[in-house]
Write a new protein. Structure first.
Length: 284
């Protein structure tokens, strides 16, 4: 029997797991808060009222901020993490595919569940070339075919939301999905983007210390990854993550997110207007 594994990460909304872990760690000031609030709002608005799954670790801080923003709303658990890392590597062996599928199913992702969802499943990640998205997509397609679930049904329930580096708007500007052939199998509205200023994107994607280790193929079946890490660097990263959650709870950030939501085209839809009201008031 294959056992599901995933990296340990503290629940920072409830915080009862932390105990005295942050004792002696200076309180963090979350960087780029204004840009992050704008990004979080756009991610929500462009999710199509779906359930958000942040792939890998790059978008952890967006997840943390949204966790705080949505804590008092009617949808606090519709933003989740999906630990997964697989890029520039050799093909997976059968036992690795089997382990990955067990892990994904434990996190709510499987052909059976995709085919029977009432809302879209939205995979969000920092994107440059889209390799992680492409690999995840191909793995899902193979799995769906093997399970015999209806692709014509599932393709309408999948979305990919790329957080990209902001660039000048131009018809000649390169966009990652233009070179990703797999995106042509999906409705055009299923692949959307949100941009971040270059320094923010680089910080989140390349520089920021993360709480959990990267969930690469060598770790997919490793029990050790399920335990917490307590190094100085992890505790400092944890303090920053907690700060993002707490700022997300604050009336000031909630008001900023709600304000950004009103500028999005999707604000014409009842679900987003209702969500903006909940975020602004801090209650369903």
């Amino acid at each position: 029997m294959t056992i599901a594994y995933q990296p340990f990460r503290w629940d920072l909304v409830r915080r009862d797991q932390l105990g005295g872990l942050l004792d002696g760690v200076p309180e963090a000031e979350p960087p780029f808060l204004e840009a992050m609030a704008e990004c979080a709002a756009k991610v929500l608005a462009r999710s199509g009222d779906g359930d958000l799954y942040f792939v890998g670790r790059s978008g952890d801080s967006v997840f943390d901020l949204l966790s705080g923003v949505l804590a008092g709303s009617s949808r606090p658990r519709r933003v989740r993490l999906l630990p997964f890392a697989y890029r520039y590597e050799t093909p997976l062996r059968p036992y690795e595919v089997r382990q990955l599928r067990v892990n994904l199913e434990a996190m709510g992702v499987s052909p059976y569940k995709l085919a029977r969802r009432s809302r879209p499943m939205v995979f969000a990640d920092l994107v440059y070339g889209g390799e992680t998205f492409g690999n995840l997509y191909e793995l899902l397609r193979d799995w769906i075919e093997e399970e015999g679930e209806q692709w014509d049904v599932i393709r309408l329930k999948l979305r990919f939301l790329g957080v990209t580096i902001r660039q000048r708007t131009s018809p000649k500007a390169w966009r990652w999905w233009q070179d990703a052939d797999w995106t042509r199998d999906l409705p055009r509205t299923a692949v959307v983007n949100v941009s971040l200023p270059f320094p923010v994107w680089v910080y989140l994607g390349n520089q920021q210390e993360k709480i959990a280790p990267s969930f690469r193929r060598a770790s997919w079946g490793d029990e050790e990854i399920t335990g917490p890490r307590h190094t100085k660097e992890v505790r400092e990263a944890l303090a920053e993550a907690v700060a993002y959650v707490e700022r997300g709870r604050s009336p000031q950030v909630r008001a900023a997110v709600a304000r950004h939501l009103t500028t999005e085209p999707a604000f014409a839809q009842p679900w987003l207007r209702r969500l903006a009201r909940e975020i602004r008031t801090g209650s369903p």
